[in-house]
Write a protein that binds this ligand. Structure first.
Ligand code: CP
Ligand code: NVA
Length: 297
């Protein structure tokens, strides 16, 4: 059965049942038990920002499925040289079976979806990173089941915002600890409430970590925020996921990567047995293959 949505701009473009189905399919693909293919299907991948995981996992994933993904960086296409996004969208939609885009403004991925006559996947905007959330939820399923408490510690950023909504859809209990000035958008909690969730919000990382099974963090300075570096580093004092914060806890630790060791997380924690970051990164591949099959087939 086809998904209700034609585009995947944020995690709640899926219904909770569809999210479960994508994750089940991802597990089956990972186990070699689902051989779905997308022969000769093509995906245009627009990148305004750098990427390791998103680029390589989509490209490898679609190749595994018998199709072909094209990397289109800022200097590769006319988009970076004055062609309006809606024109790029209209044209790509006539060539390719799907478009994946990593952009700055979330509104731009919405424009892409409006004008491209094919499915559009958000590969990260300043507001959301739903492909990461798929991999995160798959990783939590594998390691901890879903009867878990997750503490998001750090910036109320794109990765955190999509995760809070996705966790709500999966029935996962979340506490969010951010500095007050870097809180998540209020709308995120309204969207979580649509799925019956009521995330706890605090400015105290120790309180968030105290009864958590999983602690999740991401960089404090996201791509495009380099000018805010000094101000943000000061604001996040005390929010580092380190051995002191985790003392007395046996929580696993998640990080979407890339990590800035010595800022939001220490080398010791990321290199410890607690770290699930490597499985999260691998699961991008399996989760996105499942998503591509569900969206494009
Ligand atoms: N987590 C993630 O999206 O990584 P990349 O920036 O390397 O794609
Ligand atoms: N919050 C980070 C995530 C990178 C995958 C950023 O937007 O740069």
């Amino acid at each position: 059965m086809a998904l209700e949505t034609t585009d995947f701009l944020d995690i709640d473009d899926l219904t909770p049942a569809e999210l479960d189905r994508v994750l089940e399919r991802a597990s089956a693909m990972k186990a070699g038990e689902d051989a779905a293919q997308l022969p000769n299907q093509t995906l245009a991948m627009i990148f305004e920002k750098p990427s390791t995981r998103t680029r390589v996992s989509f490209e490898t994933g679609l190749t595994d499925l018998g199709g072909h993904a094209m990397f289109l960086g800022p200097d590769d296409i006319q988009l970076g040289h004055g062609e309006p996004l809606r024109d790029t969208a209209r044209v790509l939609g006539r060539y390719t079976d799907g478009v994946m885009a990593r952009l700055f403004d979330h509104e731009d991925v919405e424009i892409l979806a409006e004008y491209a006559d094919c499915p559009v996947i958000n590969g990260l905007t300043d507001q959301a990173h739903p492909c990461q959330t798929l991999a995160d939820l798959l990783t939590i399923r594998e390691h901890a089941g879903e009867d878990v408490r997750v503490a998001w510690v750090g910036d109320g950023n794109n990765v955190g915002q999509s995760f809070v909504v996705g966790a709500a859809m999966a029935g996962i209990d979340v506490t969010v600890a951010t500095p007050a000035e870097y809180a998540m958008d209020e709308a995120i909690f309204d969207r979580a409430a649509d799925f019956g969730a009521d995330p706890t919000v605090t400015t105290d990382p120790a309180a968030a970590v105290a009864d958590a099974d999983v602690v999740y963090t991401d960089v404090w300075i996201s791509m495009g925020q380099e000018d805010e570096r000094e101000r943000k580093l000061a604001a996040f004092d005390g929010f580092q996921v380190n051995e002191e914060l985790l003392a007395g806890s046996d929580a696993a630790v998640m990080h979407c990567l890339p990590a800035h060791r010595g800022e939001e997380i220490t080398n010791a924690v990321l290199e410890s047995e607690r770290a699930l970051a490597w499985d999260q990164a691998e699961n991008r591949l399996h989760a996105q293959k499942a998503l591509l099959v569900e969206l494009l087939e």
